[in-house]
Design a protein around this ligand. Structure first.
Ligand SMILES: NC(=O)c1ccc[n+]([C@@H]2O[C@H](COP(=O)([O-])OP(=O)(O)OC[C@H]3O[C@@H](n4cnc5c(N)ncnc54)[C@H](O)[C@@H]3O)[C@@H](O)[C@H]2O)c1
Length: 330
C-alpha cells in the first residue's frame, strides 16, 4: 500500500486524505500550524477546517516535513497558492526520487504572475508533477458525495497513476493534457466566485448571476486561450464545472467573501472574517496584470478587482459593466 503525504492540513487536503485512507494507504499529514495539527490528531477530525468528517485509517501527523515526506510515494501540496513556492522549496530535498508531487492549489503567484506548474518547474522534475482541478467542495468530497475532477501532468503515466490512486466509486478523475488551461480556469474562476457572491449580497437574482458566470467564462477563456490553454478545457470540469460549483454555493469561501462585500462590508474586513485564505482576492490582481500583458479585455475581472481593492463601489461597478458599448456576443 502506498504512503501519501499531505503538506497542509486544510479543508481540501483533509477531504482528499479520507479518499486514500479509505483505500488502505498510509496517510502522513504535515502542517506548520502545530496547535491545529494537534487538535486534528486528538479528535481524528479537522475541527478547524473540515468539521464533521471523521478520519479513520492509517493516519500519522507530523510537525517536521522531512519525517512526513521521506517515505512517501506521493506528496500532495494542499495549501494556498501563494505559499506553494516556499513549501515546495522546503520539501524538495526530502522527496523520494521516484515519488510523484501533486498540487491542488488554484491560483497565480502574485508579482511573478506564474502558474503553479511554472513555479514547480523551477525546482522539480515535471514528469513527476501532477495537478488536479474541478468542481470539488471539500465538504462534499469529505462525506462521499459523487464528484468528478480532472488530472493533468506532462507525463500521462503520472496523471494515470494519480487517477488510479484517488479514484473510487465516489470520486472519478478524468485525465486532461491541457495543464495551462486547467490552471488558468481553476484560478480565474475564484475571482468570478467573489463576483457572484457580490451579486448575491446586492440582492440581485438568477439572471445577474447567470450573466456574470457566462460572460465571466467568456473572458476567462479569452485569456486562457491567448496564454496557450485549450477552449475545451474551459468548457469542461476545470472550467464551467468549477464555475458552477464555486459561483453558486455557500461552501465556497470566495463566494461567501463576495457576498459580505455585496452586503456592504469593507473588502479587507470581509476577507479576514472568512478565517481561511480567499484565493480569488489574491488572484484578481494577478489576473488583471496577466490580461494587461496579454492584451486581453477582461472587464468583469477588472471591475471585481477594483471593488475588492476599494477603488470602485459595487453599484458603480455594476453600472459600468451594464453600460459598456453594445457588441455581438460571439
Ligand atoms: N476547499 C476546497 O473545497 C478546495 C477544493 C479544490 C481546491 N482547493 C484549493 O486547494 C488549496 C488549499 O485549500 P485547502 O482548503 O485545502 O487549504 P486551506 O487554505 O484551508 O488551509 C491550508 C493549510 O495549510 C497550512 N499551511 C500554511 N503554510 C504551510 C506550510 N508552509 N507548510 C505546511 N502547511 C502550511 C495551514 O496551516 C492550513 O492548515 C487552495 O488553493 C484552494 O483553492 C480547495
Amino acid at each position: 500500500m502506498k504512503t501519501v503525504c499531505f503538506i497542509g492540513a486544510g479543508s481540501f487536503g483533509t477531504a482528499l486524505s479520507t479518499v486514500v485512507a479509505s483505500k488502505g494507504c498510509r496517510v502522513n499529514i504535515f502542517d506548520v500550524d502545530e496547535p491545529h495539527l494537534k487538535r486534528m490528531e486528538d479528535a481524528m477530525e479537522n475541527t478547524d477546517y473540515l468539521p464533521g468528517v471523521k478520519l479513520s485509517g492509517d493516519y500519522h501527523f507530523y510537525t517536521n516535513n522531512e519525517e512526513a515526506i521521506k517515505d512517501a510515494d506521493v506528496v500532495v501540496f494542499s495549501l494556498p497558492a501563494q505559499i506553494f513556492r516556499v513549501a515546495l522549496k522546503a520539501a524538495v530535498p526530502f522527496i523520494r526520487e521516484d515519488a510523484l508531487v501533486m498540487n491542488i492549489a488554484k491560483g497565480i503567484e502574485q508579482k511573478t504572475l506564474k502558474r503553479m506548474s511554472e513555479i514547480a518547474e523551477e525546482m522539480f522534475d515535471m514528469d513527476r508533477y501532477v495537478m488536479i482541478s474541478g468542481p470539488s467542495h471539500a465538504e462534499e468530497v469529505g462525506i462521499g458525495v459523487p464528484t468528478t475532477i480532472s488530472v493533468s501532468s506532462r507525463n500521462i503515466e503520472s496523471a494515470k497513476a494519480i487517477q488510479e490512486l484517488f479514484g473510487t466509486n465516489r470520486l472519478r478523475l478524468y485525465t486532461n493534457d491541457d495543464m495551462i488551461g486547467m490552471e488558468l480556469a481553476g484560478s480565474l474562476k475564484n475571482v468570478m466566485a467573489v463576483g457572484s457572491g457580490i451579486i448575491g449580497g446586492l440582492g440581485f437574482g438568477d439572471n445577474a448571476r447567470a450573466a456574470m458566470m457566462t460572460r465571466g467564462l467568456a473572458e476567462m477563456t479569452r485569456l486562457g486561450v491567448k496564454l496557450g490553454g485549450k477552449p475545451e478545457t474551459f468548457a469542461g470540469l476545470a472550467g464551467v464545472g468549477d464555475m458552477i460549483v464555486t459561483c453558486t454555493s455557500m461552501h465556497s469561501r470566495n463566494f461567501r467573501c463576495g457576498k459580505l462585500i455585496g452586503e456592504g462590508m469593507d473588502p479587507e474586513e470581509a476577507r479576514k472574517s472568512i478565517g481561511m485564505v480567499v484565493e480569488g482576492m489574491f488572484t484578481a490582481e494577478a489576473a488583471v496584470e496577466l490580461a494587461k500583458k496579454a492584451d486581453v479585455e477582461m472587464p468583469i475581472t477588472e471591475a471585481i478587482y477594483a471593488v475588492i481593492t476599494g477603488k470602485l463601489d459595487v453599484k458603480t461597478g455594476v453600472e459600468m459593466l451594464m453600460g459598456r458599448p453594445l457588441k455581438a456576443e460571439m
